[in-house]
Write a protein that binds this ligand. Structure first.
Ligand SMILES: [Zn+2]
Length: 453
């Protein structure tokens, strides 16, 4: 599998987190099914954005790129994303890119103009086959300024001539740096070879990035297939709006992790089928936290029972547990075999947890059936990347405790209001607000909730 990695000019954003978690889940399921997965995810560590940010921060762009490579691993670990088999960096594969570009020039699929090299889209007959666009549509819809140097307005840069102060490498066309698309071609071919199984990425990469990758790679390989399957995850919205800097709802994963355990964010991201849009908001995140908490609680209660010796065995319940474990595995696999429907796979886990809870209440002692059911729940949770036996934090207990405390706080505040002690009432509201806990007065009485982001 080849999955397009981050451009390392910042912490990766929440939309990227969805992509990395989704493909990590797919990889883990293949591993569970017995496939040996070679997983390549690159770092785009030279790019316009990195150069801009480097100039802004008065930092060498290559050092800036390295900084955010290091930060990537911290956030990926918090989300329990497995490291790739290979994490190639673009800047370490410049000779491979030059070789491919030269090959494309030799077969007239690319041309050089003043130190820039462009791919000639109309020389590759399959251009548009991934995105379903035609060159005519693109030409009509394109708002590209006419660049006299290009043969066709959709031609894209394979090599960019160096501007003063930019990182640059020697090439047959002078000093310069690679275009973004060619990086993925060079690194995927090097580590996976032609005709590898799966190329993945976010839906926003279909065009132009992946379309261009196909054109230049299959052009270079003289028609050989580049990747057999293309998989794309749908986008992430924030409170029903597209994530963007101008709307001020642009979140890095690091910011989300400061306020939420990584496992909750992961649980949330996989709670919707990967090809459906997903909205990020406090309510959905809260539901994910509760859902994951329920599974963790089941595993923990079962563990407490399993740790107790006893002999209150009920043969009927035992059989029920074995059956529930078997059925959960079957439903889980059925859901995952149907285009990795992790949302439906969750349902299998909840069903099993429910049966376990029922048993634990009846007979809180060790039994083979309970051990089997709990082991299955832990194993299947692990396939999706959750460690149900070792929660990141005791969030369930914390939540229950907080709910009890807040109930008392609201009672105190209500008493102060009855006495018309508005000062105390407002003080309580404001003090909690400062801690991110919002108290609202409604006709049905006061309510509270936590502002997550
Ligand atoms: Zn790519």
């Amino acid at each position: 599998m080849y999955v397009c990695g981050p451009t390392t000019y910042n912490y990766f954003h929440a939309g990227n987190a969805r992509m990395f978690v989704v493909f990590d889940m797919i990889r883990r399921y293949f591993m569970y099914k017995g496939y040996e997965v070679r997983y390549v995810q690159n770092f785009t560590d030279v790019d316009d954005k990195i150069i801009q940010r480097g100039n802004l921060e008065k930092m060498d762009p290559l050092a800036l790129g390295q900084k955010y490579i290091d930060e990537y691993f911290k956030d990926a670990q918090a989300l329990n994303i497995l490291p790739a088999t290979v994490h190639p960096k673009a800047t370490e594969h410049i000779p491979e890119m030059i070789e491919i570009i030269q090959g494309l020039i030799n077969t007239e699929l690319a041309y050089e103009v003043d130190g820039d090299v462009y791919f000639a889209v109309d020389r590759f007959s399959g251009y548009g086959k991934l995105s379903g666009r035609t060159l005519e549509d693109m030409k009509a819809g394109a708002r590209v300024e006419v660049d006299e140097r290009k043969h066709h307005p959709m031609d894209f840069a394979l090599w960019k001539k160096a501007k003063p102060g930019e990182p640059a490498w020697k090439s047959p066309w002078g000093m310069g740096r690679p275009g973004w698309h060619i990086e993925c071609t060079a690194m995927s071919l090097k580590y996976l070879g032609a005709g590898f199984d799966i190329h993945g990425g976010g839906g926003d990469l279909v065009f132009p990035h992946h379309e261009n990758e196909i054109a230049q790679t299959e052009g270079y390989l003289k028609g050989q297939t580049f990747a057999h399957y293309w998989m794309h995850n749908a986008f992430l919205t924030i409170n029903q709006e597209k994530m963007s800097k101008s709307l001020n709802n642009f979140f890095t994963t690091r910011e989300l992790l400061e306020k939420n355990p990584g496992e909750v964010i992961r649980f949330y991201l996989l709670g919707t089928h990967y090809r459906s849009p997903l909205d990020f908001n406090d309510e959905n995140l809260g539901m994910a936290q509760k859902g994951l908490g329920r599974l963790q609680t089941s595993v923990r209660l079962a563990q407490q029972a399993l740790d107790r010796k006893g002999s209150a065995k009920n043969e009927e319940l035992e059989q029920e547990l074995f059956k529930a474990a078997q059925e959960a595995r079957e439903s889980f696999e059925k859901a995952m075999d149907d285009d990795f429907n992790s949302a439906l796979a969750y349902a299998a886990l909840f069903e099993l947890a429910k049966t376990m809870n029922g048993y634990g209440q009846e007979h809180p002692v060790f039994s083979e059936g309970l051990a089997k059911a709990q082991g299955t729940l832990i194993e299947l949770g692990g396939v999706l990347g959750f460690d149900l036996l070792h929660p990141a934090q005791r969030q369930v207990e914390n939540e229950e405790m907080l709910a009890k405390v807040m109930e008392i706080v609201l009672q105190i505040r209500s008493k102060s209001r009855q006495k018309k002690d508005w000062e105390m009432s407002d003080f309580i509201r404001d003090a909690f607000k400062a801690q991110g806990i919002i108290i609202e007065d409604t006709p049905q009485g006061a309510r509270w909730n936590i502002k997550k982001f």
